[in-house]
Design a binder for this molecule. Sequence first.
Ligand SMILES: *[C@@H]1O[C@H](CO)[C@@H](O)[C@H](O)[C@H]1NC(C)=O
Length: 151
Amino acid sequence: MYKTFSLLFGLLSIVSGLQRGVVSTPNAPAAIGPYSQAITLSFTSGETLVQAAGQIGLDPATGSLVEGGIKEETTRAMENIKAIMTAAGATMDEIVECTVLMTDLDDYAALNEIYANYFDEDNAPARAAFQVVKLPANATTEIKCSAAIEN
Ligand SMILES: *[C@@H]1O[C@H](CO)[C@@H](O)[C@H](O)[C@H]1NC(C)=O
C-alpha cells in the first residue's frame, strides 16, 4: 500500500514538476537558526514563488543589529529582503505580500516612511502588521515578504 502511494506521489511530482530551491546569498545576513534565507517553488508553468525568511536589521557584513533604532533597522531589513529577492531572481515589484512585526506599534509611521521607498505606491504588496513582545537580537522590527515571479 505504502509503495503504491509513494509510486503515485513520484509520478505526480513528475507531472506537477514542482522544483524546490534553496536561496543563499552573502548579501543578506546568514540564517541565525535552522532556516534558509528563502525557498523558491518553481512550477512547470514557469512561475516561481519565493518564500523569504523574516528579516531584522542585521548587517550582513558584521552579523550585528544596526544601531539607531526603527528607521535604520527598517532600512537594513528592507535591504536584506531586496538582496534575498535578487538572489532568488525576483524584483521588489514582484513581492505580493509582507508581514511586519514591531515591538512598538508607535513606530508604525517611522517604519512606513522607510518601507514606502521600496515599493510603488499603486502596486504595494498586501500587508499585515503586528506588535509583538520580543524579536530576535532585540530588534525593533522584523519584516517578512513573499514574491511571485511570472515567467
Ligand atoms: C537584549 O536586551 C537585553 C536587555 O537590555 C539584554 O540583556 C540582552 O543581552 C540583549 N540580547 C541581545 C541578543 O542583544
